[in-house]
Design a protein around this ligand. Structure first.
Ligand code: ZN
Length: 340
């Protein structure tokens, strides 16, 4: 089969990879209908995250089940399924508490390379959720978004305790930040402040429910959030970048007693203990337990109550994956969808 492989920073190639097959009785193999490039794929693409050799890429996937192992009960060949970027058993104590991305048996899907024609999904019963039917083509991008960016933005909003009566600020205008805006809106937030300097992204943030745009960042951005909130800061802040600057911007934009939901993969972030101590801010985040939210999010999409698929502003054949990476790296695209 064909699949994207990162050979060195900036060097993504679509090449022949071995066809995945059932290795364990709990596995499924799916034929991908769509996959995409993630903001987190840009860390190794930019050389910030080191790779040890040619690495299959991609961890976002939707598709049709081709084959299942002998122990798989919940999904069957022919069903259209979506899963998260962590495979999980969905039965251990950690999963049952809603933290499937820390499942004691978790497996990182990125290592299996979802930017490809086929994908082996471990722990298929716990990981995959079937949609009510095979979706029409126009729904596929939205269902794909559930796999990571929507599930992650949603967790950011839940972790930040977005809800009625709350002012929510969102740091980061990538797909996760934009879908954090959508999530905050769905969760009933009163006011949603999107922090973005890019006009097309500001427009999408507004389409998803942002009530205010702040184009400043760093200390100036914090000051602007304070201006908009009677000097107090937001109740809830979603951090969707993962840098030192964005994390501090999120913490400092939050009022005492407020909550930060941090879902940008942290790179080199170090928190000052004394400032944190006196901030009275709750911090919760990490790799989103997307599996927790899959049934609810599929339902919202199926009933056309939300349209997270709008974040894909570049659609390419899988063979042109390299252009998808380049366009996202240069911020010409929010998110690239790839058709195998
Ligand atoms: Zn588990």
């Amino acid at each position: 089969m064909r699949g994207a492989v990162l050979h060195a920073p900036g060097d993504v190639r679509v090449e022949e990879r071995e066809d995945p097959r059932i290795l364990l009785p709990t596995d499924a193999v799916i034929r991908l209908s769509a996959t995409c490039v993630c903001g987190s794929d840009l860390w190794p693409y930019r050389g910030i995250e080191k790779i040890t050799g040619p690495s299959p890429m991609g961890h976002e996937y939707v598709g049709i089940v081709e084959e299942v192992g002998s122990d798989v009960r919940n999904v069957q060949p022919g069903q259209f399924v979506v899963g998260s970027f962590f495979a999980s058993d969905n039965t251990c104590e950690i999963c049952r508490a809603g933290y499937q991305s820390s499942c004691i048996h978790r497996e990182l899907m990125g290592a299996l390379g979802a930017q490809a024609e086929y994908l082996r999904v471990p722990l298929a019963d716990g990981t995959l959720v079937a949609t009510p039917d095979v979706p029409s083509d126009d729904l596929v991008p939205s269902v794909l978004a559930v796999s990571d960016v929507l599930g992650t933005g949603w967790f950011g909003a839940v972790a930040a305790e977005a809800g009625p009566g709350k002012t929510v600020a969102v740091v980061g205008d990538g797909a996760v930040g934009l879908l954090g805006v959508l999530a905050a809106k769905q969760l009933g937030a009163d006011r949603i402040i999107a922090m973005s300097r890019h006009e097309p992204r500001q427009k999408l943030a507004i389409a998803y429910g942002a009530t205010d745009i702040v184009s400043q960042r760093g200390d100036e951005g914090v000051a602007r959030i304070k201006d908009l909130t009677n000097g107090l800061g937001a109740h809830s802040v979603i951090e969707a970048v993962g840098t030192q600057e964005s994390m501090m911007q999120a913490i400092r934009s939050t009022r005492p007693g407020g909550h930060v939901g941090y879902v940008g993969v942290a790179h080199g972030v170090e928190l000052p203990g004394e400032e944190l101590f006196f901030s009275h801010v709750h911090l919760h985040g990490g790799p989103a337990p997307v599996r927790r939210f899959l049934p609810e999010l599929i339902d919202l999409i199926w009933n056309r109550q939300i349209d997270p698929g709008m974040v894909y502003d570049l659609v390419l054949p899988l063979e042109q994956a390299a252009e998808g990476y380049k366009a996202m790296d240069e911020r010409r695209a929010i998110k690239a969808l790839l058709h195998p």
